[in-house]
Design a protein around this ligand. Structure first.
Ligand code: TRP
Length: 333
């Protein structure tokens, strides 16, 4: 599976819920990338331990995320899919890279500062080390490209710096990864505050649509979506962010152009548009939800995919780690 093609790597923390925004903006794109490149995808379950998790819920959510990615059409024959915690090399390389990361560098990370402010009672070592673990994820697999959102760009920069630093101190060991700036899916905004991105950790359940929401929930959320009091249906991000967001979603899930939708709804009101978008989303997500429920009923199958993914990941990661151990002067075991 890992051969001459370029390697793309991505991972997601199993927190919050996977949203329609993630699906349209990232997951669909990722599936396309996995057709073109050798792709590796992890559930970053060690990363999310940097904030307190309820163990029973956390375990369930990690499984649920894995099943949702499969249900979206990620193909374990084409992509290596695994849980980060199943591959011990992630933690092992993190230790080595820790010895090459300056404390100041880690403290400068915007996300560390934000999370420290948000979890002031639990500013743990893991929070500071988070980007080094992320660098290990990427560097272990000699990834060429990492599709990242703006919030992870600084972390990717650190991964690059660490790769270059190590390569210069010893000899070429790591591929220096690049941010993948390919065609992005449409950006989807919150249904309650359409000036904010739809976020997987938004505490307002009405603001986001989860991939596994029931059809009733989806319809309710769209009927309540925030719009504006100028009742015309047209695309105008600046003055009509709510309606524009609904039109973007409608277009993304049906494949129709925005102009086509706008002309169909000319002279009609939000009371007609909102349920129509809701129904289109319900139809788009229906097969995903069905496949997801099916997979959850078949835990043995899910685990067999996770195990085989971890085995493949492990064999690649081991090769990189062995080189690193040798270069830094550890006695070969
Ligand atoms: N930190 C990323 C996020 O919160 C998740 C992540 C962990 C990741 N390891 C990664 C993303 C490696 C890309 C590559 O979104």
């Amino acid at each position: 599976m890992i051969g001459d093609k370029k390697i793309v790597y991505s991972a997601v923390q199993p927190t919050g819920c996977i949203t329609l925004g993630n699906y349209i903006g990232a997951i669909q794109n990722w599936i396309k990338l996995s057709e073109e490149y050798d792709s590796i995808f992890a559930i970053a379950d060690l990363h999310a331990l940097t904030v307190r998790q309820n163990p029973a819920e956390y375990r369930k959510r990690a499984m649920s995320f894995f099943a949702q990615y499969l249900a979206c059409g990620l193909d374990p024959e084409k992509s290596i899919m695994y849980f980060q915690s199943h591959v011990p090399e992630h933690a092992e390389l993190t230790w080595i890279l820790n010895c090459f990361t300056y404390i100041g560098e880690a403290q400068r990370m915007t996300q560390f500062k934000d999370k420290s402010a948000k979890h002031a009672d639990n500013i743990n070592m893991g929070l500071l080390d988070y980007p080094v673990l992320m660098a290990s994820d990427i560097l272990l697999y000699q990834a060429d490209y990492v599709p990242v959102g703006v919030d992870q760009k600084q972390h990717l920069e650190l991964s690059r710096d660490l790769a270059v630093r190590f390569n210069n101190l010893y000899s070429p060991t790591f591929t220096v990864p690049e941010a993948y700036i390919g065609k992005q899916g449409a950006k989807i905004f919150s249904l309650q505050d359409p000036t904010k991105k739809m976020s997987k950790s938004d505490p307002d359940v009405n603001a986001t649509v989860s991939l596994i929401d029931t059809p009733d929930d989806i319809m309710r959320k769209f009927k309540r979506a925030v719009t504006d009091c100028d009742a015309t249906i047209r695309y105008d991000e600046e003055n009509k962010p709510g309606v524009s967001n609904l039109l973007t979603i409608f277009s993304a899930v049906t494949g129709r152009t925005i102009e086509d939708i706008v002309s169909e709804y000319e002279g009609k009101g939000y009371a007609q548009l909102k349920p129509a978008v809701g129904e289109a989303v319900v139809e788009k997500l229906r097969p995903i939800r069905e496949k997801y429920l099916d997979l959850l009923n078949n835990k043995d199958y899910l685990m067999s995919i996770a195990r085989s993914g971890a085995e493949k990941a492990h064999s690649i990661a081991r090769r990189t780690l062995a080189k690193v151990y040798k270069k830094v002067g550890l006695v070969e075991g």
